[in-house]
Ligand binder design. Structure first.
Ligand code: SF4
Length: 57
């Protein structure tokens, strides 16, 4: 069987629209407003967290 013939696993992805965010070290944060449009939510230490967070370069 080739890789192309294997079924693709669909993952359950949750997205949300964020208007205000306190994570000012994130490159998507401008004046505590999220400019990412939509973000992916993940669980970290059993708490929801932003999976789109990216530190400022
Ligand atoms: S991507 Fe996540 S951490 Fe970054 S500003 Fe938006 S909501 Fe905040």
């Amino acid at each position: 069987m080739t890789v192309e013939n294997q079924p693709v696993e669909k993952k359950d992805v949750q997205t949300a629209v964020i208007s205000s965010c306190a994570a000012t070290t994130c490159r998507y944060n401008t004046n505590q407003q999220c400019t990412a449009g939509t973000v992916m939510l993940v669980m970290k230490n059993e708490l929801p967290a932003c999976g789109t967070f990216a530190p400022r370069g």
